[in-house]
Write a protein that binds this ligand. Structure first.
Ligand SMILES: NC(=O)c1ccc[n+]([C@@H]2O[C@H](COP(=O)([O-])OP(=O)(O)OC[C@H]3O[C@@H](n4cnc5c(N)ncnc54)[C@H](O)[C@@H]3O)[C@@H](O)[C@H]2O)c1
Length: 369
């Protein structure tokens, strides 16, 4: 019998559903040294009961403080709005629980440092849901870069462009309130920064411009409320000495989720687009007569660490499986095996860049991370 890992999930929104599903799928498709048990889901009664029914959580709870203290839980999974992450993770770590936290780890570098300190003091392990690291094509991109196939990197461009806030009639939500960790820098910027640091290296310095397109939006009662966060940024960055740009938006009309990157080197280049996430585009200069971009379907057996568990060459995976791969790695680690997960320190490293971006935009000057 495999040791159970009893999970307490805080939050009942989109990510709570993604995570519950991913634990179940990980256990069904991958060999794991432990067995995930969906023990308790925490949130408002009606929503928690609906999530519990849909995914098979054994119990519901209303107060996260009671949940993180429970001695019968092994892992606390934090899927609440960003502004509450640090407080919950610090409390969970202080109570000796391992933690998984949605991205970004916190609302600021200072908060993220407090999280890392609390986990170190308690000797607990933690991970952050930078799930795009688990896209097979992104794994292959990382291997190609690390193996030097692109030569010396010359420049890069990463973007995450959405358009769901283009309409000024869209209502207020936590994603539009600074106090709750809203804003596109924390939301989409955290994915871009983690990805560029994962693929290329640490961001050394940054210059940025932030903008907000709609100053007021209606709350649940139709009353206008001020929007105190940005909904777009463009940043110039230096990443391990490589110059580039990062851009993210929620008002990029026409781009539902235009997420991707390109990286150019002295001997080759690559690019990736979330809308075709199983493909990686590669250019290599090694065969002069055959030069040109090629599109690799990263689905062959052996093409990536998770291929054997899935359907076969040419059968695509999607967004959902990024969480399955991450939960598989996390559960393997909790079972004492070697597996790589994005750590709390990675979450802190990301947050320092986001802080620098905001400081750079305020001062209109380059800021070192
Ligand atoms: N990795 C990804 O691709 C990805 C995608 C979307 C969101 N996220 C992150 O996941 C987190 C949650 O986002 P979401 O899309 O699920 O939001 P959501 O609005 O769908 O859900 C948030 C949930 O938190 C609950 N909540 C708020 N305060 C709470 C509290 N004090 N105690 C318990 N529950 C509380 C809300 O009731 C709601 O159920 C955010 O930090 C976001 O940045 C990550």
């Amino acid at each position: 019998v495999r040791r159970p890992v009893r999970i307490g999930l805080i939050g009942t929104g989109k990510m709570a559903r993604a995570h519950g599903q991913a634990y179940l799928t990980a256990a069904r498709f991958f060999e794991l040294p432990v067995e995930p048990r969906l023990a308790v889901v925490c949130g408002s009664r009606e929503r928690a009961e609906a999530v519990a029914r849909a995914f098979g959580w054994e119990e519901v709870a209303a107060d996260w403080r009671r949940v993180v203290e429970r001695r019968d839980l092994d892992l606390i999974d934090v899927c609440t709005p960003t502004g509450s992450h640090a407080e919950i993770v610090v409390a969970a770590a202080g109570a000796g629980r391992a933690v998984l936290c949605e991205k970004p780890l916190a609302s600021s570098g200072g908060e993220a440092e407090a999280v890392v300190r609390a986990a170190a003091a308690a000797g607990v392990s933690g991970a952050v849901v930078f799930n795009y690291r688990y896209v097979p094509a992104i794994r292959q991109a990382r291997d190609l870069i690390a193996g030097g196939r692109l030569g010396e990197l010359r420049h890069l461009e990463f973007h995450f462009l959405q358009d769901w806030l283009t309409d000024a009639g869209r209502p207020m939500s936590w994603r539009l309130r600074a106090a709750e960790g809203g804003g596109v820098v924390l939301d989409l910027g955290s994915h871009l920064v983690d990805l560029v640091q994962y693929l290329v290296g640490p961001v050394g310095q940054v210059a940025a411009i932030l903008s907000r397109s709609v100053a007021e939006r209606a709350d649940e009662r139709g009353e206008p409320q001020p929007v105190d966060v940005e909904d777009h940024f463009h940043a110039l960055v230096e990443v391990a000495g490589v110059p580039g740009t990062l851009a993210a938006s929620r008002v990029a009309s026409g781009d539902r989720c235009g997420f991707g990157f390109q990286i150019h080197g002295s001997r080759g280049s690559l690019r990736w687009d979330f809308q075709r996430l199983n493909d990686l585009e590669l250019y290599l200069d090694d065969q002069p007569a055959l030069q040109g971009w090629r599109r690799i379907s990263v689905t062959r057996p052996g093409a990536h660490p998770w291929a054997d568990a899935w359907w076969g060459a040419g059968h695509g995976l999607g967004y959902e499986e990024t969480f399955v791969h991450l939960m598989t790695a996390l559960l393997r680690r909790l079972g004492g095996e070697q597996a790589e997960v994005p750590t709390l320190e990675d979450g802190l490293r990301c947050q320092r860049v986001l802080d620098a971006m905001v400081a750079a935009a305020r001062s209109r000057a380059w800021v070192a991370v």
